[in-house]
Design a protein around this ligand. Structure first.
Ligand code: SF4
Length: 706
């Protein structure tokens, strides 16, 4: 390693790759980037986005100073105004009249302080996160099955597996370095089989032995069919089921009832019987299977059930807690997992505790020294913005995210913020669709300036370290939130460094976390006394990290012990449901949204790298040739797409990768980049009733030549 280099972590996807950054000109923020050879997530590799981070740290489009009503202000005035207005609204209307909407981009320390302020001291759980759009169904699935939100697997399981099933995941584009590990594993072990289950033929199919172009929305049915098949072919792990699980009989009965006979099942899934039979036979006969699932499963009105249908199959075959086996959800964001640790979702409490468990509320209250800890769930993202639109939430603080571009029914979100009494936005970016609507703008530190930790999708905590001084008057998010908390009159926010917060977070994870008080899965209490220099040098490590497992934990549930009341995993009886909104005569196509290889979220950073923009420079819509011919759409011509909720224009991309009747549009473009290219203005705001995750993969739309 170059002695002048600084080790940090990529701020894009949940793979969490390690980076070595070498500053060439600190004043101009010129930095050379390479992969960190020692980081266990990537061993020196970077994808196109990570490799071009150096092109995205310029002064361009940075928010440099606090602003009030469009005028430059100073920190003291802006922070005091935010504290006063929030206090006034809380005094007049109660704590549930205010809300925070935060982000999987935040560092764990930022996230922790935001949650502590809202849930611990304001006394409302109206804090939700854009991770709601990404993985909240996976959280529900894990909690229902395991009693705790715990990802059982690690990347090394991908290398040890003999069968990898990618379902609803285009990992080649969305988690490129994890996908490269699968590709390399397959090159080294040609016997490793890869199956992709996805309505689209994506780049992930390049290494697939089998691609199942499933009918959109039928994944839950498929995995119910697999469970029924395992029983029928006597390939269950009956010992594991009997010793370590409950609820199998009900789950199997529901699976058998929905699956019907095999030919029916294949037809309902839109698949050839021999393809489906091949997948089932491989799953049943292979000892080591990892099922990777992502947004194609989670972003559904039945996303939680789909997650549990997958987990059911792993429990039923005992393919969990062993090397090369397990249900492995891939989170989208760099710190979605860190947000889960601190209770970043409106339905969770800090350190994986529950808002509706009085013992947990009492425990967190005693730890924080507060008697006003929220004891019921807050509003999840879609409901939260609906409440703003309805006027019951009168003040919102949006931190490090751009909901006017990224939420479903995005125009409604825009209108809600336009009429909201008080909107505060903290961001490092000066111009976004959302910050344009803020009365108070607070400049936050960006990547390369921030100092803290993130947790990747295999539970690995890594440091993000500062490379430069912040531009202008930008400050860390945890500092901004703590300053407002103190000005609101709350004690307990006098943090001097991010290490102070990490220590407190670690101590809470271990607080009364033992058999006497009930054991919780998330535990990093080994860091409760971490010194500043140890924090500065913290190597990447997978939680749990306790005094007795100080090297971290590669894999969970190897002892067959789960975190439910009985210590046994729970099968769930799944009755598959299709998408809520189905195509009809006015809107005959199914719109699916997702990521491109070279862009990240609403492109505030990646659009600054010329190399990344060349991949797909404009909003586009992928359509099957038969549909394009029938509608007179020309390749690279313009099309207008409409739904019940909104409309957009996109460049036509005619491709066989799409099924007839389906369209794919990337989610990245905003009004700042292309005024008519915001796909989320079209996306239906239907959510999963358990997880609150929107059904972003299925909106009925029409398309015509523009
Ligand atoms: Fe960054 Fe994800 Fe690419 Fe790794 S795979 S370099 S974390 S965007």
């Amino acid at each position: 390693m170059n002695p002048n280099s600084i080790k940090t972590t990529c701020p894009y996807c949940g793979v969490g790759c390690g980076i070595e950054a070498t500053v060439l000109d600190a004043g101009q923020h010129i930095v050379s980037i390479k992969g960190d050879d020692q980081h266990p997530a990537n061993f020196g590799k970077l994808c196109s986005k990570g490799a071009t981070l150096g092109d995205t740290v310029s002064l361009e489009n940075r928010l440099l100073y606090p602003e009030i009503n469009g005028q430059r202000s100073d920190w003291d005035s802006a922070l005091t105004l935010v504290a006063q207005r929030f206090n006034r609204i809380i005094a007049e209307h109660g704590p549930d009249a205010v809300a925070f909407y935060v982000s999987g981009q935040l560092l764990t320390e930022d996230y922790y302080v935001a949650n502590k302020l809202m849930k611990g001291f304001i006394g409302s759980a109206n804090i939700d996160t854009n991770s709601r759009l990404c993985m909240s169904s996976a959280v529900t699935g894990y909690k229902r099955a395991f009693g705790a939100d715990m990802v059982p697997c690690s990347y090394e399981d991908l290398e040890q597996a003999k069968l990898i099933v990618l379902v609803g995941s285009n990992a080649a584009w969305c988690h490129p370095i994890a996908f490269q590990r699968i590709r390399r594993a397959k090159e080294q072990n040609p016997a490793l089989k890869v199956v992709v289950i996805d309505p689209r033929m994506t780049s992930s199919c390049d290494i697939a032995d089998l691609h199942l172009a499933i009918k959109p929305g039928m994944d839950g049915l498929l995995f119910n069919g697999l469970l029924a098949y395992l029983a029928e072919t006597d390939t269950l792990d009956q010992d594991f089921i009997n010793t370590h699980c409950v609820g199998f009989a009900e789950s199997l009965a529901a699976a058998q009832a929905s699956a019907g006979d095999f030919a029916q099942l294949a037809a309902n899934c839109g698949l050839a019987t021999h393809d489906l039979a091949q997948l089932f036979a491989w799953f049943a006969s292979t000892s080591k299977v990892v099922t990777v699932y992502s947004q194609g499963i989670n972003q559904s009105s039945s996303g939680s059930d789909k997650c549990n249908a997958i987990i059911n199959c792993h429990l039923a075959s005992g393919k969990i807690g062993k090397p090369g086996s397990g249900p492995f959800s891939f989170t989208g964001q760099p710190n979605a997992m860190g947000g889960r640790e601190v209770g970043g979702l409106a339905n969770t409490l800090a350190a994986h505790m529950d808002l509706e468990n009085p013992l947990h509320v009492d425990r967190v209250g005693r730890f924080w020294g507060s008697d006003r800890v929220a004891n019921q769930q807050g509003l999840k993202a879609v409901d939260l913005f609906d409440a703003i639109a309805a006027g019951s939430i009168k003040a919102v603080w949006i931190i490090a995210t751009n909901p006017v571009a990224s939420m479903p029914d995005a125009d409604k979100v825009k209108r809600a913020l336009q009429q909201c009494e008080f909107v505060v936005v903290s961001d490092c970016i000066a111009n976004t669709d959302t910050i344009a609507l803020a009365q108070v703008k607070l400049p936050a530190s960006g990547w390369g300036e921030k100092d803290g930790t993130v947790t990747n999708l295999e539970r690995r905590i890594s440091r993000q370290r500062p490379i430069f001084n912040p531009y202008g008057e930008a400050r860390p998010d945890w500092w901004i939130i703590s300053q407002v908390a103190s000005r609101m009159g709350f004690a307990g926010f006098a943090y001097q460094t991010s290490a102070d917060i990490f220590r407190e977070h670690a101590a809470l994870s271990g607080f009364e976390n033992n058999s006497e008080y009930g054991k919780r899965g998330f535990d990093i209490s080994a860091f409760a006394d971490i010194e500043q220099d140890q924090y500065d040098a913290l190597p990447p490590i997978q939680w749990p990290v306790t005094k007795t497992s100080s090297a971290g934990s590669v894999r969970l549930f190897g002892d067959g012990q789960f975190y439910t009341d009985t210590g046994k995993a729970r099968f769930m009886a799944i009755v598959p449901r299709g998408p809520v909104n189905q195509p009809d005569i006015d809107y005959p196509f199914i719109l699916n949204t997702g990521r491109l290889r070279d862009q990240w979220h609403t492109m505030t950073r990646t659009a600054l790298a010329a190399k990344l923009n060349s991949h797909r420079p404009e909003p586009l819509v992928e359509i099957h040739p038969d549909d394009a011919t029938r509608l007179g759409l020309k390749h690279l011509g313009l099309a207008q797409i409409k739904s019940h909720w909104g409309e957009m224009l996109a460049r036509v991309d005619i491709t066989l990768s799409q099924q007839p009747g389906s369209l794919f549009v990337p989610m990245h473009w905003t009004a700042q980049l292309s005024s008519l290219g915001r796909v989320n203005a079209l996306v239906n705001p239907v959510v999963d009733p358990l997880s609150g995750q929107p059904e972003s993969k299925q909106t009925p739309v029409s398309i015509e030549v523009w």
